[in-house]
Design a protein around this ligand. Structure first.
Ligand code: URA
Length: 201
């Protein structure tokens, strides 16, 4: 059977690979079209996302939609997902074992969508690709690996809590159309440099 986003979503909803299934109201597989050119990856569902089964529907989601509108994109044109698909109790940080248990779903979604750009929102999704990097050092710096441009940004919720981050988030978002237009100009990171770059850039 050919893989589809609906199959992946059904597997997410049935998942019991970590303890979060006990406390979730609904899993939140992700939302967007299979031909999306950009994937945004956040942290994990919050209260409203858990209630509705849809990512980024609370205050951070509203801000994300404003940011998308700034660059002429609608949320229905991009794929929006999270590092973990179920809400951690009390919105605590996701644990490494939970992230590990969930990572195959995101891998499958990315493999199916084959986006041009993956935007990581916040440090948990950044750490998936750049494990030891600091977001204050690398936000807004794209790196191309195997044809996909990885673009780390602060989480929109961070900018809501810390207004000084807002201009940085807006500036980083504003660069996305230009990055997409020039994607072929970015050299792929050579395999021998990937391990170091992934950790340090
Ligand atoms: N924050 C996230 O990281 N993801 C959501 O879906 C909502 C808020």
């Amino acid at each position: 059977m050919d893989e589809t986003l609906e199959h992946i979503a059904a597997d997410v909803r049935a998942c019991r690979a970590c303890d979060l299934y006990h406390s979730r109201s609904q899993a939140v597989p992700g939302q967007g079209p299979v031909d999306a050119r950009v994937i945004f990856i956040g942290e994990g569902p919050g209260f409203h996302e858990d209630q509705q089964g849809v990512p980024f529907v609370g205050a951070a989601g509203e801000f994300l939609e404003e940011l998308l509108a700034m660059i002429g994109l609608k949320r229905r044109e991009v794929f929006i997902a999270n590092v973990i698909k179920c809400r951690p109790p009390g919105n605590r940080d996701p644990r490494p074992d939970e992230i590990e248990a969930c990572s195959g779903f995101l891998d499958r979604q990315i493999a199916l969508i084959r986006p041009l750009v993956i935007v990581t929102l916040g440090r948990f999704s950044m750490a998936r690709y750049f494990p030891h990097a600091k977001i204050s050092h690398i936000h807004g710096q794209p790196r191309k690996i195997d044809g996909i441009l990885y673009y780390p940004m602060y989480h929109p919720a961070a900018a809501l809590h810390q207004p000084s981050l807002r201009p940085k988030v807006e500036e980083d978002m504003a660069r996305i159309p230009d990055l997409m237009a020039r994607i072929d100009e970015f050299p792929d990171t050579p395999p021998q440099e990937q391990v170091t770059q992934l950790h340090l850039f």
